[in-house]
Ligand binder design. Sequence first.
Ligand code: PEP
Ligand code: MN
Length: 339
Amino acid sequence: MIVVLKPNHNPSQMESLISWLREKNITIHTSVGQANTILGLVGDTSQLDVDLIAALDIVEDVKRVQEPYKNANRKFHPEDTVIQVGNTQVGGGNLTIMAGPCSVESEEQAVAVAKAVKAAGATMFRGGAFNSRTSPYAFWGMGERGLAYLKAARDETGLPIVTELTDINQLALFRDVDVIQIGTRNMQNVDLLKAVGHQDKPVVLKRGRSATYEEWLMSAEYIMAGGNENVILCERGIRTFESYTRNTLDLASIPVLRRLTHLPVIVDPSHATGKYWLVDSLAMGAVAAGADGVQIEVHNDPAHALCDGPLALKLDAFTPLAGKLLALHAALKGMEGQA
Ligand code: PEP
Ligand code: MN
């Protein structure tokens, strides 16, 4: 349920409404917008009398929210969420470019790739230390050593680091990571979602490869219900009948999620198809469709990569792409407000 307050409501009346609702075990999310303040009510709202609340002096409107996700719902929080990561922001009209290898393989490799992607315009360095893979025989990442290589890359470049968490027991090792990623295979691993919801680092939540928008947003809801509102949704392709590409990129997810949620939305064009030569077009398509950013796999030597070589861009292919993405984003911003 949402309660829209009148523009010049009396703050002490608002406080008494909030305490009355809290006594009924309702959690309140307050969103202060330019025009109105909105109270988002989470809990068993079936016990509340809509007419009684609507009749209060300070209340302009009361609406029941049908969708099962509440915290992630744009109705609760009409303004876009902007997430601060180091000195860069995700959302709010910024273009986030996360780039780096599938797995970090050595300190030299991590530092070299981080320097190159930073010079090209990337705003964060991504790299797996604990990779989730489909095959038990595939490379699973360098674990704790991989985290140390990521930190070395951050020390050298200042780029915040993004890396995947696959097990709750790894959380203690992630204290120094900037952004935690939950991979497609774990989108509905509720224990993992609850664990990242109870800490305050931003989370990139990749779409489960067979997840509907509602299922994906319910996973975001798990994280947010624990108190962590800093969730970045990442479209990374879904499973369809098409087998030429690894997955099928759902670009409609960008405008759909814009409507359903206030959370930032980024796109991973690399895992979306599994082919390096499709990354350029799909990344441009994602930015044109309004994504808040992209996550792109980049490797210094894709032919010898321990993981996902066929989809990785070489450094000299990433540089012009990053330039094009930034130019496209700037051009689109320039068009805003034009007829
Ligand atoms: C990754 O980002 O390295 C990864 C494995 O992605 P996904 O979970 O989307 O497959
Ligand atoms: Mn990968």
